[in-house]
Write a protein that binds this ligand. Structure first.
Ligand SMILES: *Cc1c(COP(=O)(O)O)cnc(C)c1O
Length: 401
């Protein structure tokens, strides 16, 4: 038998040359326990039926597929939005948090730990923990604790303990390191509920599985409403969970063009950005080999975006792979393009998108000239924009409006 990368046991959890489990030895047992629980518990009827019920009757699935009549008339092609913004807690993150919390509960764990950057995944995890009667500890960079006060208050109200991380750049990257360390010390009763389709194996595949409900639904909805698959599917990429959830069910449909949108920051020459696939290089961070923003010595660089949820110096390894094999095209959208898209969608269709999702919408506007007339373009609206009103009004004031 030839030893292909995937059949080689030491290369499990790889997507091509990306992924893997680059962790300290003490983290291997809880990751193995999680891997075993995924195999034993998730396919069973109790798990499947409980999750279906939660997603439907607690979170609000299935989410609508909304046609945009006004923008479609302007653009000359059909624009469709998958409405993850309408879910409980306002974004797709609840799909993942409920799925991992249920798994933790059925594993006999009593405590959830998670990282958060902007606070959205922390709120989703704290919500799931409240629902399941579990203890919840959220690690958040001290810088982010100051910047994202409303979400800190939400987490506290939901009963979670928010730990401000003072190490490193005091942001998301450091919060993940602290949460992993904490998990090592508390693995008996605790599960780490990772917030995106990144990190060490098995998180990238677990989170993709839990978020693929987005793409599976959207695919069926397009077939039911339009009678065919979309020509383009577009999603914004931070760590990559809403994008992999939306895109993965279409990967086998060769005629469907798949677009991932990275955040380019201000776009000034040499500016900080959050676009590791376009502007980074391969390396290891947070237990995975993937595309990273790093300097020549392999030191992780600071990332930046107008959208807090896209502000991460790495990306899930499956995206790095899909980029390498050319199945998904990854383009960059800049802060002001996303901001313009926010206003255009809001005024044209009466929908306030999250600034993360605005990057995906902006791709459609910026690339409209290359989309053939009559095409069907499906965009994942990963979250709602209410959380971003402070930033929106700050920019409006800067422009003297
Ligand atoms: C967190 C977040 C994202 C980015 O995270 P992914 O894991 O890349 O999906 C995108 N949109 C919204 C609304 C978010 O809250």
């Amino acid at each position: 038998m030839t030893n292909t990368p995937l059949s080689d046991a030491s290369r499990e959890g790889y997507f091509g040359e990306f992924g893997g489990m680059y962790v300290p030895e003490l983290l291997v047992p809880p990751l193995r326990e999680l891997e075993q629980a995924i195999a034993d518990i998730m396919p069973g009827a109790v798990y499947t039926e409980s999750l279906r019920d939660l997603l439907e009757n607690y979170a609000g699935r299935e989410t609508p597929l909304t046609y945009c009549p006004n923008l479609s008339a302007e653009l000359g092609f059909q624009l469709w939005l998958k409405r993850e913004d309408l879910l409980h807690t306002g974004a797709h993150k609840i799909n993942n948090a409920l799925g991992q919390a249920l798994l933790a509960k059925m594993m006999g764990k009593t405590h959830l730990v998670a990282e958060t950057g902007a606070g959205q995944h922390g709120v989703a995890t704290a919500t799931a923990a409240a629902r399941f009667g579990m203890r919840c500890t959220i690690f958040m960079g001290a810088e982010d604790v100051e910047r994202q006060a409303p979400n800190v208050m939400r987490m506290n109200l939901l009963g979670a303990e928010v730990v401000a991380v003072e190490s490193g750049s005091r942001t998301l990257k450091d919060a993940i390191n602290e949460a992993l360390r904490y998990w090592i010390a508390h693995q008996d009763d605790t599960l780490y509920c990772f917030g995106t389709a990144a990190g060490p194996h098995p998180f990238p595949s677990l989170v993709r599985e839990l978020q693929s409900v987005i793409g599976r639904e959207a695919r069926a909805q397009m077939l039911a409403r339009v009678g065919k698959l979309p020509d383009y599917v577009v999603a914004a990429v931070g760590g990559g969970s809403n994008a992999i959830g939306m895109l993965h069910p279409f990967v086998g449909d060769e005629e469907v063009k798949l677009i991932g949108v990275e955040a380019g920051g201000t776009g000034e020459p040499g500016c900080l950005n959050s676009a590791p696939i376009n502007l980074g290089s391969p390396g290891v961070l947070h237990g995975q080999r993937t595309m990273l923003l790093q300097d020549a010595d392999g030191q992780i660089m600071e990332s930046s975006s107008i959208s807090a949820g896209l502000d991460y110096p790495g990306v899930g390894p499956e995206h790095a792979h899909l980029a390498a094999i050319g199945r998904v095209r990854y383009d960059v959208v800049y802060d002001l393009q996303a901001l313009r898209a926010f206003h255009r969608l809001t005024r044209s269709e009466g929908i306030l998108p999250a600034l993360e999702s605005s990057h995906a919408v902006a791709w459609v506007f910026e690339h409209a000239a290359e989309v053939p007339a009559g095409s069907n373009v499906l965009v994942n609206l990963s979250g709602r924009g209410d959380k971003d009103l402070g930033i929106i009004s700050k920019y409006a004031a800067m422009e003297g409006k």
